[in-house]
Design a protein around this ligand. Structure first.
Ligand code: 13P
Length: 253
C-alpha cells in the first residue's frame, strides 16, 4: 500500500476529564491493537498527559490541536513542540480553520510551526480549505494553492512525506454539509498536483491527504473509496466513541 490511511479525532474544546478518560478506555479496548488504519486522537491540552498514560504502547496515537513554534521562553499561554513530545504526543494539528478564523493564524505562522514540528519529529497535520464565499466565486482551488504554497515554503522535499494534509472546506465543518466524494476527490487530486509542482511526483504521491468536514459513520465509506482520500479528520462525530470507531473501521461494520 502506497499510503496508509490515517483517521484523526479532533475533539476541539470538548469533554470533561472523566468523559475523556471513559472515551479513551473504550477506544483502547476496541482499537488498541488495530493496525489497518493509523488512529490518532487530539484531546484538549490539559488531558494530554493523562491520556498518554492510558494509551501507553497501544496502536492509538496522541496529538495536540495546536502549538507554538518556539522551544521555550516568554510566550504566555503557549505550548511548545518539546512540551508536546514530553507528554507523549506524536502528531499536531496546524492551521485549523478555527485557529485561522478566531485566533488570527496566518500561513506564514503555520509555516514556522510546520518547520518546528518537523524539527522535533512531530507529524504535522496541516489544514487547508476554502470558505463558502470563495467556493461560490470559483476561487476554491486558488485559495488552497496559495495556502499550500505559503505553508510549504522552505520545506525540504525529503521532509514532506512526514506531513499529513487535511483538506477541510470551511463550509463543511460542523454544518452537516459534507463535500461530495467527487468534490473532495477533485480537490485532493489538485492538492497532489500542487505538491508535484512545488516538489516532485514521487513526493506528491507519498503525502497523505485527509478530508475533514461533517464526516460521519454513514459517509466515510464512500469518501474512502476515492483514490486520493487517505483518511479523515473528524470533529463532531469523533466525540462519540462508537461513532469514531465506526469511522476508523470504515470498511468493517
Ligand atoms: P466536523 O467533523 O464537526 O465537521 O469538524 C471537522 C473538523 O474541523 C475536524 O478538524
Amino acid at each position: 500500500m502506497l499510503r496508509k490511511s490515517i483517521m484523526g479525532g479532533n475533539w476541539k474544546m470538548n469533554k470533561s476529564l472523566q468523559e475523556a478518560t471513559e472515551f479513551t478506555k473504550k477506544l483502547i479496548s476496541e482499537l488498541g491493537t488495530y493496525r489497518d488504519v493509523e488512529t490518532v486522537i487530539f484531546p484538549p491540552f490539559p488531558y494530554l498527559k493523562m491520556i498518554s498514560s492510558l494509551l501507553g504502547e497501544t496502536d492509538v496515537a496522541l496529538g495536540a490541536q495546536n502549538m507554538f513554534w518556539e522551544e521555550k521562553g516568554a510566550y504566555t499561554g503557549e505550548v511548545s513542540p518539546l512540551m508536546l513530545m514530553d507528554v507523549g504526543c506524536r502528531y499536531v494539528i496546524l492551521g485549523h480553520s478555527e485557529r485561522r478564523q478566531y485566533f488570527g493564524e496566518t500561513d506564514e505562522g503555520i509555516n514556522k510551526k510546520i518547520k518546528a514540528a518537523l524539527k522535533f519529529q512531530l507529524t504535522p497535520l496541516v489544514c487547508v480549505g476554502e470558505k463558502l464565499e470563495e467556493r461560490k466565486k470559483g476561487l476554491a482551488k486558488e485559495i488552497v494553492k496559495s495556502q499550500l504554497t505559503k505553508c510549504f515554503t522552505g520545506i525540504n522535499s525529503s521532509e514532506v512525506p512526514q506531513i499529513v494534509i487535511a483538506y477541510e472546506p470551511v463550509w463543511a465543518i460542523g454544518t452537516g454539509e459534507t463535500a461530495t466524494p467527487k468534490q473532495a476527490q477533485d480537490m485532493h487530486q489538485f492538492i497532489r498536483e500542487i505538491l508535484q509542482e512545488i516538489f516532485d511526483k514521487k513526493t506528491a504521491n507519498l503525502v497523505r491527504v485527509q478530508y475533514g468536514g461533517s464526516v460521519k459513520p454513514d459517509n466515510i465509506k464512500e469518501l474512502m473509496q476515492e483514490p486520493d482520500i487517505d483518511g479523515a479528520l473528524v470533529g463532531g462525530a469523533s466525540l462519540d466513541v462508537d461513532s469514531f470507531i465506526k469511522i476508523v473501521k470504515y470498511g468493517e461494520f
